[in-house]
Design a protein around this ligand. Structure first.
Ligand SMILES: Cc1cc2nc3c(=O)[nH]c(=O)nc-3n(C[C@H](O)[C@H](O)[C@H](O)COP(=O)(O)OP(=O)(O)OC[C@H]3O[C@@H](n4cnc5c(N)ncnc54)[C@H](O)[C@@H]3O)c2cc1C
Length: 514
């Protein structure tokens, strides 16, 4: 008899969530993780001696609070801030706007630049606050099987339709009108200030092979607004640590430095276990894969076991990474040129929508942007332990940097891109270059090598409408795959990427209900 009921492949935050919930329900679970520590993309990194980030990623606002409670994470020391973090939008001419959880406080900040935009922002927030709970619920629950919904799913579909209807005719019409729109047109309908439009667009384009003039990008903005709530204190790494503790407290065995090289199937094609890079075989009748769908079906299984139809669908899944991560270690506190109302913890650059579109243009031709768009996080603002006293860590998501750069990601290309990122940040700060002690760059290629992150895509697969509905492909949309005993539980599954814990939790629910 196998020692385990389930193997979870990948110890990212979704793998840990799935493992903890399965073990909480009495299953014997082992997590096997390629890297020497769990956490996946939420893992803390010491990128230079004495300087650490709170995780590769920045924003923990998407973490589903109900799941955090279900796993008893608060009793394991996890705390949330109780509100969305303020973010500062920076313009090259020294102006700044601070957007906050409180719409009125944000409007007051905008009012200093444009009274018209302050009023428009109130209307924008009223719209997203009306649609948000409905959309957030859709992206926190299992998605109904659209090709063949069962009775329970039909009820949920009906409930969703009614939920939209209940928002009132005007909101419903507006929602249906704006979903297919590009960000440029949508934001133009509301605002006149260019850097406000650019700053609002940035999170909707994170890791996206889209520019603000691409269709359906407004949907991504609505989705981000709908699912962005409290931040986790201590950042992604704190969440990963609490999940690890929760999993272990329920008896999950965690094995690190244990890359799975193939899944073992029986003669009838059902999961029997997993083979590790060391040659060791772990037996279990069920595998939940938290790595990318392409890693599962194109690397861990043989083509003949996957079958041509599924293999073709998975091959066509788009996951072209466009985001690089740049960490800076500074020997002093960062000094912003703009006068800001709060210490700047989160900031975004971008003067105009067209500047972002031009930055995106580059990746279509396999080049990186000459003027990258920066999503900036200064984790030392709320956690001074991450650097020596008085020093700073700056963590930057820089777009656009193509996975398949023409000429490859040579050391020179990596440094060239980092130079552009630093130059861009220097335009908004004082004495930046002279205060840099060290910098560390991870391109999409580097992220792929470290985490088997196919294409270096932050969300395991592009957040495009066609890849959000029936995610990742219809045959595996309910976490169960056509291979008996194989389930998906990572960001490549509904409701998608980001630090949410949702795919892991929903997959565990699907496994336990079978
Ligand atoms: C640089 C960066 C910044 C980001 N910023 C944000 C942000 O600000 N906000 C946000 O919400 N989201 C952000 N994201 C996206 C978010 O981090 C991911 O969508 C999410 O964390 C993925 O979690 P996961 O558990 O599904 O998968 P992962 O964290 O990718 O975990 C998968 C794990 O599987 C392991 N693995 C893969 N293959 C194997 C194998 N064969 N055998 C064993 N182990 C294997 C990997 O090593 C990894 O640990 C960012 C991502 C990156 C890379």
């Amino acid at each position: 008899m196998a020692n385990y009921d389930a193997i979870v492949i990948g110890g990212g935050h979704n793998g840990l969530t799935a493992a903890a919930l399965l073990a909480q329900a009495g299953r014997r679970v082992v997590v096997v993780e390629k890297n020497d520590a769990v956490g996946g993309l939420a893992m803390a990194e010491e990128f230079h001696p004495g300087y650490r980030t709170a995780g590769l990623l920045h924003d923990t606002g998407g973490a589903r609070l109900k799941l955090i409670e279900k796993l008893n994470l608060p009793s394991r020391g996890l705390q949330t801030t109780g509100k969305r973090a303020p973010v500062t939008l920076l313009s090259d001419d020294g102006r700044a706007i601070t957007l906050q959880a409180d719409a009125e406080a944000s409007a007051r900040s905008i009012e200093k630049i444009s009274a018209k935009d302050a009023q428009a922002y109130r209307q924008y927030r009223a719209l997203v606050d009306t649609i948000g709970p409905w959309l957030g619920k859709l992206f926190s629950e299992p998605q109904p099987s659209l090709p063949s919904p069962g009775p329970g799913e039909m009820l949920r579909l009906l409930g969703s339709g009614l939920g939209l209807r209940r928002m009132g005719r005007k909101t419903m019409q507006e929602f249906l009108k704006i979903v297919p729109m590009c960000l440029a047109d949508f934001l133009d309908e509301y605002f006149e200030t260019d850097f406000l439009k650019a700053g609002l667009a940035v999170p909707a384009l994170l890791s996206s092979f889209n520019g603000p003039w691409s269709s359906f990008t407004t949907f991504n903005l609505l989705l981000w607004e709908a699912t962005s709530t409290d931040q986790v204190k201590g950042g992604p790494a704190a969440l990963a640590a609490a999940l690890e503790k929760a999993a272990q407290s329920h008896g999950v065995e965690i094995r690190t430095g244990a890359e799975v090289t193939s899944l073992m199937l029986s003669d009838s094609g059902a999961v029997q276990g997993a083979r590790l890079v060391s040659g060791e075989q772990i037996e279990a009748p069920l595998a939940a894969a938290a790595c990318t769908p392409k890693e599962v079906f194109l690397n861990l299984l043989k083509s003949r076991d996957v079958g041509p139809k599924l293999e073709t669908a998975i091959t066509h899944l788009r996951c072209r990474g466009v985001t690089a991560k740049v960490n800076l270690a500074l020997n002093q506190k960062i000094q912003w040129k703009a006068e800001t109302e709060h210490p700047v913890e989160f900031a975004r650059t971008g003067n105009t929508i067209d500047e972002i579109e031009r930055a995106f243009d580059a990746v279509k031709y396999r080049r990186f942007s000459e003027t990258p768009v920066l999503d900036i996080f200064v984790p030392t603002v709320s956690n001074s332990d991450l650097a020596p006293e008085g020093h700073e860590v700056v963590s930057i998501l820089a777009q656009f940097a193509p996975y398949d750069r023409e000429g490859g990601w040579t050391d020179a290309a990596r440094e060239d891109f980092a130079d552009r990122v630093v130059a861009r940040l220097a335009e908004h700060t004082i004495d930046l270059e002279s205060s840099i002690v060290a910098r560390h760059v991870s391109t999409p290629k580097d992220l792929e090598a470290q985490f088997n992150l196919t294409g270096g895509h932050l969300f395991h697969a592009e957040h495009a409408l066609d890849q959000l509905l029936g995610r990742p492909v219809h045959a595996c949309a309910g976490y169960k795959t056509p291979i008996p005993g194989l389930y998906l539980c990572g960001s490549g599954s509904h409701p998608g990427g980001g630090i949410t814990c949702a795919p892991g939790a929903l997959a565990a629910g699907a496994i336990l209900s079978k």
